[in-house]
Design a protein around this ligand. Sequence first.
Ligand code: F6P
Length: 514
Amino acid sequence: MPADFRQLPSWQTLAKLAGNRRLASRDDELSILEPMSLGGLTVDMAKQLVSAEEWHSLLRLAEESNLQGAIERQFDGTFENRSEGKTVQHVRLRTPLASDEKLNDEVETERERMLDFAEGVRDGSLRGHTGRPISTVVNIGIGGSHLGPQVLVNAFPTSTIDVRFLANIDGLTLERTLRRLDPERTLVIVASKSFSTLEALENAGAVKSWFIERGAEGAIARQFIAVTERLDRAVAMGFSRESCFRLWGWTGGRYSIWSPIGLATAIAFGAPFFRAFLAGARKLDEHFRNADLADNLPIRLALTALWNSEFLDRGVHLVLPYDSRLAEIPTYLQQLELESNGKRVTADGDDIAGHTVPFIWGGEETNGQHAFHQFLLQGTRRFSADFVAVRTAPTRYDSHHRWLLANCFAQSEAMRFGNAPDTPPHRRVPGGTPSTTILFNELDAESIGAFLAMYEQKVFCLGHLWQINSFDQWGVELGKTLAEPIYEALAGSPTASHPATEPLIARIRNPGRD
Ligand code: F6P
């Protein structure tokens, strides 16, 4: 097998087929991919730009690159994250892996401990320091320690416990989050895999001081919980071991929603909810591991994404949820896809001759239709899209829901097929944009588990096809390092800064007048 998958015969064929597609006008053809249903999801790819010959070559690429071998290594627990000296095992959090049964048991024990704790908070057997039941949870954490719980809390707005998130290092957000909190009835979760992330630690310190200022020192021991790999750091900061839940080093932050990072959601919705969420993901994992390449949902998503971005020159990918309960999905997928596959060298450190992941963006619909869809329908940039909707209405406002669905399907149709070629230029919508529509049958714990796992596995397949390490994120370190001396300079110390930043620092320190 060539060291670079771009040298594989199927990759070369795909490049030729893409060239042919550019010359021929075939935008009216439906894709050959039939809809598939699994785990409460229907995935419809009729609006992709995939002919039988193209699909056949994409499947050959999966075979020639030995994607199946990579999948097997994932389920054995031996897939490597070399730059961090780890194996990739987050799937173990929901699906026992073939290697190390003892570790499967340890994961289950920690999960049960976490779920018992969540149930205790819910049923009032675990209370605040003055004996009053917990009414609010504040989840302090950023990135993977925030986005997964936020997706779930937003998707199921039925909790009797108020869950608030404190992610950013922004004093105003901090103030707003603390506003109207009752220190006797608030549980604080400090969620940080590394327990060294600036935002999490600064916010945790500020919230702790807020409790103390209100004479609630007694709450610190009872109402502050840590979720982390670095139990040592949490204990050094005053958390007792009993108030810590464990993450393992082999769980990347953006893959951690299946772990005790989900504690806030388990408290909000209960242990049965969390178990069903894991069961949905497990169902998807079983499918991913066992289904043929051609009928494998994550592989379909990955191969069409590769085709669109690599061969059909789509540098942008939109995620468009037509349901406010799914409004946080684009942000979640931004971290999952971009932090995983936003890489420029292979896992061996060689430059990549081409592109990797397209930029992911999107937002709650139909709001976007009245903001940026003009650009999507008549602008000059090329993109692909995932439309996401739920079949059933969550309220008695059935016609609202039917309008959401009608708009969802209409937009994918407009983007794909446009209008008649003889339409006057200013009204002409050329179409030609490939998209997938993912329909939840009902939005429940199991289906959202399957949905998030499906995207995780898509990202895994793409990382393999691009030959990159999807499980590190070294790029984010530079900014963190640079921010430290700048912070010191802003605080008044005579630290030297980059000449391009110096004037801004001077402006902050000496505001003067305009
Ligand atoms: O800076 C990026 C990152 O490391 C993400 O990968 C991670 O999800 C986030 O920061 C938070 O990290 P931690 O959970 O260690 O606080």
